[in-house]
Design a protein around this ligand. Structure first.
Ligand SMILES: C[S@@+](CC[C@H](N)C(=O)[O-])C[C@H]1O[C@@H](n2cnc3c(N)ncnc32)[C@H](O)[C@@H]1O
Length: 253
């Protein structure tokens, strides 16, 4: 599996997917404030359709650079930038494993739900650290490995081998059978109006590359690089999702 497949996947699955602005901003405010980002340069790595780039830009960042490998998602992000009339955000098609930015280019590096979709998640974090200024802030939301991750992975590895044309149909059939279980066990808040369970299933089970980590693994990785953990959340809380954990940490000055 390679990054082109991931880019194409997000072109299909996420291009129309703009998470709800106000709810996303509420979650953003759990980690940053307008005072903290005012005048800062920000990299939104794996920006997708750009919601967090827009939030940083609207909260006073001097310049936000959103990068992603999915041209379709970037097209949507550029449309959002126009909609909000922002001059301080730009979007580029780049691979976060090989960023074209000099060392120490950004004050804040934000990566929500992205490094685990690369071929080398810890390599991606290392690259994000490279472009972060000393004393800068690194935000990571990463899929958590749990006792049932292996079951999800068996299902995903079977499903990614099915022909692409069948994915929407398969996701709808799975949504039909899984909806009673989801109804009883999980009250996930919808991330946007009209969100369907079949879309979440597509994102969860059909994505070509997906890695999982324990919070301890990432903490050790960051601390070895001298980072100081500022904030840790065992669950992302974004739309009541429990699939990600979060670290906000500070690069040594
Ligand atoms: C689950 S989406 C998250 C989007 C956005 N961060 C958000 O929270 O709304 C993951 C994104 O990571 C991007 N991505 C995956 N691998 C990448 C890579 N190697 N370089 C840049 N972006 C990548 C995908 O194209 C996709 O848009």
């Amino acid at each position: 599996m390679n990054k082109e497949k991931v880019g194409k996947f997000y072109d299909v699955v996420w291009t129309e997917y703009i998470p709800e602005y106000e709810e996303s901003e509420k979650h953003w405010l759990m980690f940053y404030s307008p005072e903290e980002v005012s005048g800062k340069t920000v990299l939104d790595s794996g920006c997708g359709t750009g919601i967090f780039s827009i939030i940083f830009a609207r909260n006073g960042a001097a310049k936000v650079t959103g990068i992603d490998i999915s041209p379709g998602s970037l097209g949507t992000a550029r449309g959002l930038k126009e909609k909000f009339g922002l001059a301080n955000a730009e979007f580029q098609q780049q691979d976060m494993l090989h960023l074209p930015f000099a060392d120490a280019s950004f004050d804040i590096v934000w990566a929500w739900g992205t490094v685990h979709h690369t071929t080398d998640p810890l390599g991606a974090v290392t690259e994000l650290i490279r472009v972060l200024k000393p004393g800068g802030s690194l935000f990571l939301a990463i899929y958590k490995r749990t006792n049932v991750t292996w079951i999800h992975e068996i299902i995903r590895k079977m499903l990614v081998r099915t022909p692409r044309w069948s994915w929407n149909g398969l996701a709808k059939v799975m949504a039909f059978f899984l909806s009673p279980i989801v109804f009883f066990f999980k009250r996930r808040q919808k991330s946007r109006k009209g969100e369907k369970l079949s879309e979440l299933i597509l994102d969860w089970y059909f994505v070509p590359i997906r890695h999982y980590y324990t919070p301890e693994e990432i903490k050790m990785f960051l601390e070895k690089k001298g980072f100081v953990i500022e904030k840790y959340l065992a669950h992302s809380g974004r739309f009541n999702s429990s699939s990600n954990f979060i670290y906000k940490s500070l690069k040594p000055a």
